[in-house]
Design a protein around this ligand. Sequence first.
Ligand SMILES: Cc1ncc(C[n+]2csc(CCOP(=O)(O)OP(=O)(O)O)c2C)c(N)n1
Ligand SMILES: [Mg+2]
Length: 278
Amino acid sequence: MSLKERLSTKNEITWCPGCPNFMILESVKRVFAKLIKEGLKQNNIAIVTGIGCHAKIFDYINVSGFYGLHGRVLPTALGIKLGNPNLSVIGFAGDGDTYAEGMAHFIHAGRYNADITLVVHDNQAFALTTGQPTPTTQQGYKSKVEPQGQHNVPINPIKLALVSGTTFVARTYALNLEHSTKILEAAIKHKGFSFVEVIQPCLQFNKDMNEIGKLTYVIKDNKGDMRRALELADEWDYNSKNGKIPIGIFFQKREPTLEEKWPRLSNLMKRKVERKNK
Ligand SMILES: Cc1ncc(C[n+]2csc(CCOP(=O)(O)OP(=O)(O)O)c2C)c(N)n1
Ligand SMILES: [Mg+2]
């Protein structure tokens, strides 16, 4: 059985045909397979999801974890990491999940810098609940709850992550499989809190933003230059359907992680708490 088969489940995939979430699933499996080849044990990967279309990914990957609550991916991931700092913990969340109900966690996760990864499937809509606007939805978007269109200005999550102290900030595009795989691998390998914002157009709702992938261009990875990172973050405001959208690593800096700052956790890491292989 190939590694990718070992990482798959037999559950029926219920995303809409052609949903870019299929591509995110593929890139996650590719990265997990690569990390396992490099020595990471499948048993030592834990995933956490919120509730939403994105969260169904939990049922399609054969690793341990917690199918969580809407808005609570980050505290759950943090709890798993504190319980066993030797696990690689990766959270999958929606834009509604992260930037609405889960917003406070997002900011504090940047401050804490625990060694966990957050992947946000940003389709600029609450998709599972049929297309209400989220904090990253563009102005003018009409939905059942706002028939006259969205009035509020969207937030820029890249900028927010940067000013919250997040030590790895990246954006990728779900349909650029090669790029998303590279970014996800770099995020998981980063020591500290890593945040990957994935542009994941929703084919059912917010169709106005379906073409924005064409605006993406790959930037040269930026390391610790915050001024440059903020400049890049400002190039796209989540509102416009023209201009250019940078994708790649906006910022990466090695800072002490929560586990390293917390002596009891450092000791736990040395003890190598590990599940026995079956
Ligand atoms: C605590 C809580 N609040 C609200 C909901 C209702 N709810 C379920 S899915 C969802 C939308 C999810 O949107 P998003 O996080 O963007 O994920 P997507 O479906 O777009 O992938 C909402 C609001 C819930 N299940 N639990
Ligand atoms: Mg969404």
